[in-house]
Design a protein around this ligand. Structure first.
Ligand code: EPZ
Length: 417
């Protein structure tokens, strides 16, 4: 097992390049199943979750090659429609094969993902939407068995704007007969890229990025060629790294329109955010002001930035309140931050952080992907040494983060436990 070691107290300076977005690359990889041929997806980040997605595509019969940072996916010989439990439990985004397999082959057998560290994360809204398109769905020994003799368009209103549910339904409805309307759809930039990618394959989708998306089904789709957008959560994590160390960092690839909620909160903490030619420059404040945040769906403050922002608040002047409204158990970084000297009280779905403590390095344990990043950020701002274990969580969603931070001057490295 590996761990990451950080000697804190260094101000970060320089520039860093954001990798391709994990949460866009995953649905795009599975969207290739909708077409019969060879697709190419470039700027895919080198992550554990991507490797799991590639393993699943190969299990289904696709041929996948990586050449100069681009994946070539040949879906001519798909001979299985089953996503097995051992892969789905490793990465729940595997459920995104449901829509494409059902739409192209009329059949999909996908393991229920089961619980996850940050919450129950059911897929009931995915299944309800697919049933509305005419799929017959039944649960059998922990698997979703979905069949159809042909999907037909329908009007679907999501109880809540589910990202994965919107993605599964966008892909399924692209090949359904007739018109589908998705209401209360998710509006994330990754949804917009998926819709644009599907349209480049021949789909007819309008309204992606708004709460109402209209899809006119087509008979067939052509293979995909696309470039994954930059990862706004990785970009946001580096923005907080600059703020928490009082540094001056240009984050190449950060897109202002994808970060408005985070930018306005960082400005409230006293950070300066300057758009530049190909990214955002963040100049950290001498003293961090405490700021309340409440996570919500895009374009609100992203739940995937909550843990990282909490690390910043542990060194802020004053008291801040962080409310997590999207997931029911996304405060597991709190007890690890407390080990580093943070003064945090949990009150239901909120955490109260009394800042201005001198954080001290300690051996801590990553519990989930974004909690890992939170601990590294706190380590950057702590006296002496922090050791973060179980960093397989981190490697799911961050490409070489310790190398990127070291290039900004951080004293950070990876070593065997
Ligand atoms: C996506 O997960 C992201 N993952 C998550 O990022 C992100 O936190 C989340 O969207 C919210 O932005 C990928 O894109 C691969 P949801 P997803 O469906 O699609 C409930 C990261 O750190 N819900 O929008 O699973 C659910 O329980 C990861 O990169 C239902 O109740 O999120 C949750 O409380 C973590 N029924 C809320 O909605 C459903 O059928 C949001 O879930 C579906 C969801």
């Amino acid at each position: 097992m590996e761990k990451i070691v950080i000697k804190g107290g260094v101000t970060l300076n320089g520039e860093v390049q954001v990798s391709g977005a994990k949460n866009s690359a995953l649905p795009l990889l599975f969207a290739t199943l909708l077409a019969d041929g060879v697709s190419e997806i470039c700027n895919v980040p080198d992550l554990r979750d991507i490797n799991t997605a590639v393993k699943l595509l190969r299990e289904l019969g696709a041929e996948v090659e990586l050449q100069e940072g681009c994946y070539q996916i040949n879906t001519r010989k798909i001979q299985s429609v089953e996503a097995p439990y051992d892969l789905v439990k490793t990465m729940r985004a595997s459920v995104l094969v449901l829509g494409p397999l059902l739409a192209r082959f009329g059949h999909a057998r996908v393991s229920l993902p089961g619980g996850c560290a940050i919450g129950a994360r059911p897929i009931n809204l995915h299944l309800k939407g697919l049933e509305a398109l005419g799929a017959h769905i039944h649960l059998d020994h922990g698997y979703v068995e979905a069949t159809t003799d042909g999907l037909r368009g329908a009007k679907i209103s999501f109880d809540l704007p589910t990202v994965g549910g919107t993605e599964n339904l966008l892909m399924a409805a692209s090949l359904a007969e007739g018109e589908t309307v998705l209401e209360n759809a998710a509006r994330e930039p990754e949804i917009v890229q998926l819709a644009e990618a599907l349209n480049s394959m021949g789909a007819k989708i309008e309204g992606a990025g708004t709460a109402v998306i209209n899809i006119q089904g087509v008979a067939r789709l052509e293979p995909l060629e696309c470039q994954v957008i930059p990862d706004r959560i990785e970009a946001g994590t580096f923005m907080i790294a600059a703020a928490i160390t009082g540094g001056n960092v240009l984050i190449r690839g950060a897109v202002r329109e994808d970060q408005e909620a985070l930018i306005s909160k960082l400005i409230e903490t006293g950070a300066e955010i300057r758009p530049e030619a190909d990214g955002l420059r963040v100049i950290g404040p001498k003293k961090v002001a405490s700021v309340d945040i409440r996570t919500s769906v895009f374009p609100g403050f992203p739940t995937d930035m909550q843990a990282q922002f909490m690390a910043l608040m542990t060194v802020a002047e004053g008291t801040s309140r962080i409310s997590e409204t999207v997931f029911e158990n996304r405060f597991m970084h709190v007890c690890e931050l407390q080990r580093m000297g943070a003064d945090i009280q949990i009150d239901g779905h909120s955490a109260i952080i009394r800042g201005a403590n001198q954080m001290t390095g300690a051996p801590v344990m990553a519990t989930d992907l974004r909690a890992s990043a939170s601990l590294i950020l706190a380590g950057l701002a702590s006296e002496n040494t922090t050791e973060v274990s179980r960093i397989y969580h981190l490697d799911r969603g961050y490409e070489k983060i310790e190398e990127k931070l070291a290039a900004l001057g951080a004293q950070i490295w990876r070593e065997q436990e």
